[in-house]
Design a protein around this ligand. Structure first.
Ligand SMILES: *Cc1c(COP(=O)(O)O)cnc(C)c1O
Length: 344
């Protein structure tokens, strides 16, 4: 049977209302890529769950198929979200698929070019806010309380339902949950979903390592951050909507939430690319966290099975790469010039 998207595949495990009308782009079913060379360095069995291979290039599609399917079923005509970029692109794509109007609020000047382009391409009405992601989220919550516009941020419970399917897939593929699961934490919807999904599926429980960026680490500091700053724009969030649940997931799983620097994140991005997996900066935070924890001796990876969730594709934020190198060498179109420059 052909794959028809994750609601179709896991409907019995998802708490979605009867009126749900499936809107799908065949999201999910993403590869769990073995990383034997990198795994040897940690002495563990290592996998990347590459969520950048969803239809719009991030894991947001898992929650969005659920949120939009529910909204369509209840007769919504317009959806809205606040976004650091990936939610915007995903909401726009699924709204387009369903024939809905989509409005996205983004923080001024801080959205990666691949994400903004996506939202525009799929036909969203994009509005910039003179403020942060957190300010944008406050505004969309208010407007959805006062009008029939449907909210599709991850405070929408159906987003969490859809995102539970990634842990289901991991358990189906490995036969059981891994020992550790490492992932970035921004607004904390995803860590909440993973923990709920593993608990529900009853194939064992991983320890969860949630990773924030140092300049946007409210859950590590224990208080909101007014002006969050990091190159990992997808987790540039100072007041996570599901912060409490994230702390609970880390605590209950006997895991932890830590912070890493932008330099550590970019280092992890380079390591992943050197293994053939190009992810956007935020998506490298899981590996950066694992590197930090193992090198200071506070996480023992030896002999363990570890899954790192890479949440979004590298093509979402190409300028982080292109801005850091000079343009390619230019040579005359002659064989000799080519041989000279290659030097072999
Ligand atoms: C949204 C997003 C995150 C953060 O997920 P939360 O559910 O907000 O914690 C991390 N990485 C990428 C690429 C994202 O798009």
């Amino acid at each position: 049977m052909t794959y028809q998207g994750l609601i179709h595949r896991y409907r019995q495990y998802l708490d979605l209302p009867a009126h749900t009308q499936i809107i799908s782009l065949n999201e999910g079913n993403t590869p769990l890529i073995p990383m034997p060379r990198l795994g040897r360095e940690f002495g563990c069995e290592l996998f990347i769950k590459f969520e950048g291979l969803n239809p719009t290039g991030s894991f947001k599609d898992r929650g969005m198929t659920a949120a939009i399917s529910e909204a369509v079923g209840r007769g919504a005509k317009t959806v809205i979200c606040a976004s650091t970029g990936n939610t915007a692109a995903s909401a726009a794509a699924y709204a387009a698929r369903a024939g809905l109007r989509s409005i996205v609020l983004i923080p001024e000047g801080k959205v990666a070019v691949g994400k903004l382009a996506g939202a525009i391409a799929y036909g969203a009405e994009v509005i910039q806010i003179q403020g942060s992601f957190d300010d944008a989220l406050t505004l969309v919550v208010e407007i959805t309380q006062k009008t029939p516009i449907a909210l599709v941020n991850s405070i929408n419970p159906y987003r969490i339902e859809g995102q539970k399917t990634s842990p289901f897939e991991i358990c189906d593929e490995l036969g059981s949950a891994p020992d550790w699961l490492c992932l970035p934490v921004g607004n904390a919807g995803n860590i909440t979903s993973y923990w709920a999904g593993f608990k529900q599926y009853q194939k064992g429980l991983p320890h969860i390592l949630g990773v924030q960026a140092e300049g946007a680490a409210p859950l590590v500091l224990g208080h909101p951050v007014d002006k969050p700053e990091t190159i990992a724009t997808a987790i540039r969030i100072g007041k996570p909507a599901r912060g409490e649940q994230a702390l609970e997931a880390a605590h209950e799983s006997n895991g932890k939430i830590i912070a890493v620097s932008d330099a550590q994140i970019l280092g992890a991005q380079r390591i992943l690319a050197s293994e053939g997996v190009w992810v956007e900066p935020a998506s490298a935070a899981g590996l950066a966290g694992l590197v930090a924890e193992t090198s200071r001796g506070s996480l023992d990876a030896k002999g363990k099975r570890i899954v790192i969730v890479c949440t979004g594709h590298g093509m979402k934020d190409p300028s982080i790469i292109t801005e850091s190198f000079t343009s390619p060498k230019l040579i005359p179109a002659s064989y000799q010039a080519l041989v000279d420059v290659i030097g072999e």
